[in-house]
Design a protein around this ligand. Structure first.
Ligand code: SAH
Length: 474
C-alpha cells in the first residue's frame, strides 16, 4: 500500500482517544471520526511497518451507533471527540476503557473486575452541562478578533460563538469582550510572536447561584480600558466577579499566578447538594463554595453530585473517623466528608484554593476540617515522620481520599498512604491509566480493590472520571 491509496475498511474497535480502528491487508489502521461499526472508504495518510493512519473519504455504510451530532463543528473542534456516537454507546466505551486499563495496566483478573464494577453513571441530558469555559483569543486571516476552541491537536482557533456543552451566557460575554477589544485596539495574544495582550477568556457560571465570573488572561501586567469593559459586562444579569490574570510566560498553561479583581468580588459562590447520598436529605447536605479563578472546581455540576455522593458512600463514615483528603482543591470533598467524620485534613498545592477551602469551611460553619498548602507527596510524609503520639488521628487515619490530577499520585504519596494503614482508601480519578497503575501499587501494598464506578463528567469527549474503593486486607 502507498500513501493516499483508497481502500475499504470496516471499523471493529475504538482507541482510547475515540479513533476508529480497523484491519486491512495485515495492517491495523487508526481513523479519526470513524465509529465502531462503520464501513468506510479510507485514504491512507501515514504508513508504518504494520500499522497506519487513514482518513474517512466516504462512509459507505454507517454504524448503527452513529447519530447526527448537534454541533456543526464537532469534527474540526478538539473539544468533543465522540459526539457522533450515540450517548449509550459513549457510556459503554468509557466503561470499557476503564475496565481495560484496570486489567491491562493494573494487572487485575478480568472476571474479578467484572464482579466489582458498578454500572456506569451517565447524564440525563448531556448538553450545556459545563460551568466553566476557557476560550482562546486570536485573529482570523482577515484580522478580525475571534474566540473559540483549538482544532484537534493544534493551536489554530476555530471560531465558536456558542459551544453546546457550555452555558448560553458565554456567547454574550464573548461578544462584549471582542467588541471592547476592537473599539479600544486591545490586541489578542499571538503565540508565535509572543506579542499582544489577551490570551484567554475564562468564564465560570454557578449553576445554583446563577453568579458569573469573567477573567481575562493577559500577557501583561495591567489591563488598559478596563473600566469600559467592566461597565458593559456588569450589565449582564448575574455578573459577580471580573478580573484579569497575568500570564507573561511562553507556555501552554492557561493561567498565571497573579489575579487582580477589577469589578465585584474576587470569587463566585455555588452550592452542591448531595441529593443521591442515601442518609441525607437535600437540606442537610448542601454545601456552599466560594470559587476563585485559579481554583479547581468540577465542571459538571449534575454529575459532581453523583460522584461526590459515591465517594462519600465509599468512605463509609459513622462520625468517629479521621480522614485525609489529598488533592482537595477548594475543599469540595473535604467539607462533605467533615459532615460525617470526626476530623478531616485536606492537602492541596494551589495556595489560593486552600484560602478558598478555609473560607468555605467558615462559610458553612464547619470546624472539623483543617487545610494544608503543599504537595501531597511532601506534606503527607512530613506529617508521618514528625507527628507525635498525640497526633495519632493524623498518623493513623481511618480513611484516605485522593483525587489527583491526570498524572495520578506520586509514589512517595502512595508509600506514605500504605504506611498509615487506613481502613479504606477512596480513589477519585480523571485518568484511568494512572489510576490502574496506582491501584496496582496499593493492592501490592496490602489493599484490596472492592468497588469501581465510572461517571460521565465529560459527555462527548473521551475523558472519564472513576471512583474506586479499596480496603485493607484482613
Ligand atoms: N478534590 C477536588 C480537586 C480535585 S482536582 C475537587 O473535587 O474539587 C486535583 C487537585 O489537585 C487540583 O486542585 C490541583 O491543584 C491539585 N494538585 C495537583 N498536584 C498536586 C500535588 N502534587 N499535591 C497536592 N495537590 C495537587
Amino acid at each position: 500500500m502507498n500513501k493516499n491509496d483508497l481502500f475499504e475498511l470496516t471499523i471493529t474497535d475504538m482507541g482510547t482517544d475515540g479513533e476508529g480502528i480497523g484491519h486491512y491487508d495485515g495492517m491495523t489502521f487508526f481513523v479519526k471520526d470513524a465509529l465502531i461499526g462503520d464501513v468506510i472508504t479510507a485514504r491512507a495518510i501515514k504508513l508504518k511497518k504494520n500499522y497506519g493512519y487513514a482518513r474517512v473519504e466516504e462512509i459507505k455504510s454507517p454504524s448503527t451507533f452513529r447519530v447526527e451530532p448537534k454541533c456543526p463543528l464537532h469534527r474540526r473542534c478538539g473539544g468533543c471527540q465522540i459526539q457522533a456516537l450515540s450517548y449509550d454507546k459513549q457510556l459503554e466505551f468509557k466503561n470499557e476503557k476503564v475496565r481495560n486499563n484496570i486489567i491491562r495496566i493494573g494487572g487485575f483478573d478480568a472476571d474479578f473486575v467484572d464482579q466489582i464494577m458498578l454500572p456506569v453513571v451517565g447524564m440525563d441530558a448531556p448538553y450545556r452541562y459545563r460551568n466553566k469555559a476557557q476560550f482562546p483569543v486570536g485573529k482570523d486571516k482577515d484580522g478580525n478578533i475571534v474566540t473559540g476552541f483549538y482544532a484537534a491537536r493544534t493551536h489554530s482557533i476555530i471560531p465558536v460563538e456558542d459551544c453546546l456543552l457550555g452555558v448560553k451566557e458565554n456567547e454574550e460575554i464573548l461578544d462584549i469582550v471582542k467588541e471592547w477589544m476592537t473599539e479600544n485596539s486591545v490586541e489578542p495574544y499571538n503565540e508565535e510572536k509572543h506579542e499582544g495582550l489577551v490570551r484567554h477568556i475564562l468564564i465560570r457560571y454557578g449553576f445554583t447561584s446563577k453568579e458569573i465570573m469573567v477573567c481575562l488572561i493577559i500577557n501583561g501586567k495591567t489591563l488598559p480600558h478596563s473600566k469600559a469593559l467592566c461597565e458593559r459586562l456588569a450589565m449582564i444579569e448575574g455578573m459577580t466577579s471580573i478580573s484579569y490574570n497575568v500570564n507573561t510566560e511562553k507556555t501552554n498553561v492557561i493561567l498565571g499566578k497573579e489575579t487582580e479583581c477589577i469589578w465585584g468580588q474576587p470569587y463566585i459562590s455555588d452550592t452542591i447538594h448531595l441529593r443521591t447520598y442515601p442518609d441525607f436529605d437535600e437540606t442537610e447536605i448542601g454545601i456552599q463554595y466560594q470559587i476563585s479563578p485559579q481554583s479547581f472546581y468540577q465542571v459538571n455540576p449534575e454529575q459532581t453530585e453523583k460522584l461526590y455522593s459515591t465517594a462519600l458512600e465509599f468512605a463509609g463514615l459513622t462520625g468517629n473517623e479521621s480522614v485525609w483528603d489529598l488533592y482537595c482543591g477548594i475543599g469540595t470533598i473535604s467539607l462533605f466528608l467533615s459532615q460525617k467524620a470526626k476530623q478531616v485534613y485536606g492537602v492541596e498545592i494551589v495556595p489560593q484554593a486552600i484560602e478558598d477551602a478555609k473560607n468555605n469551611a467558615k462559610l458553612n460553619c464547619i470546624t472539623n476540617a483543617e487545610f494544608f498548602v503543599g504537595k501531597a507527596e511532601e506534606v503527607l510524609p512530613e506529617f508521618y515522620d514528625k507527628a507525635g503520639e498525640n497526633e495519632s488521628d493524623m498518623l493513623r487515619p481511618d480513611v484516605i481520599v485522593v483525587d489527583p490530577p491526570r498524572k495520578g499520585c506520586d509514589e512517595k504519596c502512595l508509600d506514605t498512604m500504605l504506611k498509615m494503614l487506613p481502613e479504606r482508601i477512596v480513589y477519585v480519578s480523571c485518568d484511568s491509566a494512572t489510576l490502574a497503575r496506582d491501584l496496582k501499587i496499593l493492592c501490592e501494598g496490602g489493599y484490596e480493590l472492592k468497588k469501581v464506578q465510572v461517571f460521565d463528567q465529560f459527555a462527548h469527549s473521551v475523558h472519564v472520571e472513576t471512583v474506586c474503593l479499596l480496603s485493607k486486607k484482613l
